[in-house]
Design a protein around this ligand. Structure first.
Ligand code: NAD
Ligand code: TYD
Length: 378
């Protein structure tokens, strides 16, 4: 049984949901959240679990090999679930070096620490696991052969309305060649290669998963959905890149966290699993849903804020379409997304509207000053 687990990036968006799930579901495990607390890391995301006896927070940079190695030895770590990364494409275009450092060198530092520590144990790699969380963006971009939409061949959730239609015949499958375009996805692709190389060269028990776009509570409001919900609320312009025709495949974050739980415990070593909800949407269609939902929940006439839509210069190298085939995960491990998109969006919009204090805190950056002060002498 893997019972002392490091979760990296646990103070971020997805990581906080994974930490919460593991801390609550496995009281017999010791969950160690290792996070540097960059602008994206916020301990307020974990307020409800911070006092649990099976939870420890360690502020550390994953690039700091000595600290990670010492932590693994001291805590007898059996498993690593690695989410820490620089994650925003627009930032990667402005500052690619930080992305290479954290996403590539940080992952390498974790791999090497795990290898050295586990190799030093009498049981070696027995019962150990290094689980690397990656993105579908490593596969590049798919063509949009059906811009008006077609019915996907194996949608699990296809039901109401045109928004469940897919826009091309191809999906990202696990055997697809990597073709990253942004510095973010190039750095993630590189880290994925290092993880697989550590398995193939040293036998490290690794697993890689590639997931589609996540949405839900606690996402930093630089990403499309929380940024736009907050802007609609305050009647600020909504900067739509290009024509808003780009397609993303959206998964509710708690469904991703559940998939991580299933794969960490039952996934096959050295395998790759794609994670996604067969839920492709054009950006502009999501934006219209967000406007209608925010307006309705705030008691404004539905659609009153459509004039906030502002078309701006496209993102450089903007990938046209992502669509992930997660049928291997569904078939082999029985995981399925639990939420319909309409339900997930409604929950998400409600959460952001009900947590304006959280939003104000992250947008002002006050929590960062607090951490800098708190951790100054440690
Ligand atoms: P996020 O930006 O919200 O959180 C990243 C976390 O990592 C933050 O808490 C940050 O403080 C921490 N971190 C950054 N650099 C660090 C370092 N050097 N050392 C230690 N901690 C550091 O990201 P997210 O959206 O939660 O994504 C988590 C992971 O999931 C990433 O690896 C990302 O590539 C992957 N992923 C994200 C999505 C998505 O839609 N958000 C989809 C698929 C995969
Ligand atoms: P984002 O949330 O940054 O995720 P990713 O780039 O990883 O897919 O963006 C989702 C989509 O929304 C993407 O096609 C870019 C687009 N977008 C905008 O049109 N305007 C914005 O202000 C942002 C942040 C994103």
């Amino acid at each position: 049984m893997k019972n002392t687990i490091i979760i990296t990036g646990g103070a971020g968006f997805i990581g906080s949901h994974v930490v919460r799930l593991f801390v609550n579901k496995y009281p017999e495990y010791h969950i160690i959240n290792v996070d540097k607390l960059t602008y994206a890391g916020n301990l307020a995301n974990l307020k409800d679990v911070e006092d649990k006896p099976n939870y420890t927070f360690v502020r550390a940079d994953i690039c700091d090999f000595d600290t990670i190695y010492a932590l693994m030895q001291r805590e007898h770590v059996d498993g690593i679930i690695h989410l820490a990364a620089e994650s925003h494409v627009d930032r990667s275009i402005k500052d690619p070096f930080t992305f290479a450092k954290t996403n590539v060198m940080g992952t390498l530092s974790l791999l090497q620490a795990a290898k050295l520590y586990w190799e030093s144990l009498p049981e070696g790699y027995e019962g150990k696991r290094f689980y690397h969380i990656s993105t579908d963006e490593v596969y590049g971009a798919l063509e949009m052969t059906h811009p008006e939409g077609i019915q996907p061949p194996f949608s699990t959730k296809a039901s109401s309305g045109q928004h469940h239609l897919a826009y091309g015949e191809l999906f990202f499958t696990e055997d697809l060649k990597y073709q990253p375009h942004s510095p973010y996805s190039a750095a993630k692709a590189s880290s994925d290669h290092f993880v697989r190389a550590y398995h193939d060269t040293y036998g490290l028990p690794t697993i890689v998963t590639n997931c589609s776009n996540n949405y839900g509570p606690y996402q930093f409001p630089e990403k499309l959905i929380p940024l736009f919900i907050n802007n609609i609320r305050h009647r600020r312009p909504l900067p739509v890149y290009g024509k808003g025709e780009n397609v993303r495949d959206w998964l509710y974050v708690e469904d991703h966290a559940r998939a991580i739980d299933v794969i960490f415990h039952r996934g096959t070593i050295a395998e790759t699993y794609n994670i996604g909800g067969f839920n492709e949407w054009k950006n502009i269609d999501i934006i219209r849903v967000l406007i209608n939902t925010v307006d309705r929940l705030l008691g404004r006439p539905e659609g009153a804020d459509m004039d906030l839509i502002t078309y701006v210069t496209d993102r450089a190298g903007h990938d046209l379409r992502y669509a992930i085939d997660s049928s291997k995960l569904q078939r082999e491990l029985g995981w399925e997304p639990s939420l319909q998109f309409e339900e997930g969006i409604e929950k998400t919009v409600r959460w952001y509207l009900d947590h304006q204090d959280w939003m104000d805190n992250v947008t002002s950056g006050d929590y960062q000053k607090y951490y800098d002060e708190m951790y100054k002498n440690r």
